[in-house]
Ligand binder design. Structure first.
Ligand SMILES: [Cu+2]
Length: 138
């Protein structure tokens, strides 16, 4: 009787463990969002004109928050404020020398940047509470 029970438990564990491992892996992958994989990074569009990235500014952050840029290339970042929170009424890119810029509600505001070197540059709200990353590669 005990052997039967043990065999049953062993079978159950064998059935459950692949699902358990899979969900654990998915959970860990979701937690690693501080280092966004290539698919999570937005890239500029617009071949003939200036490369452009549109960024929606929500109360809790920027969308997209991770943008991949090419060094030495001028890119137009268009910020459109969608949230009422005063926290997000300005945006600044201190690493690239961009002083705080006012963002009126629902009005696209273009900021052009030309990062000269590779690296990660942050853009934030005026109070440095919400932010995103420009990942610059050559
Ligand atoms: Cu803020």
């Amino acid at each position: 009787m005990l052997r039967l029970l043990l065999a049953l438990i062993a079978m159950l564990i064998r059935l459950i463990s692949p699902a358990l491992i899979l969900s654990l892996a998915l959970f860990l992958a979701a937690c690693g969002s501080d280092d966004p994989s290539a698919e999570d990074r937005a890239q500029p569009t617009g071949q003939n004109d200036v490369p452009t990235v549109e960024i929606a500014v929500h109360n809790d952050g920027y969308e997209p928050a991770h943008i991949q840029l090419e060094s030495g290339t001028t890119t137009r970042l268009i910020f459109t404020r969608k949230g009422e929170s005063p926290c997000i009424e300005k945006v600044t890119i201190p690493d690239l020398g961009v002083d705080p810029v006012e963002l009126p509600m629902n009005e696209p505001v273009a900021i052009e940047v030309t990062p000269e070197s590779d690296g990660e540059f942050t853009f934030t709200c005026g109070m440095d509470m919400v932010g995103g990353t420009l990942m610059v590669q050559s």
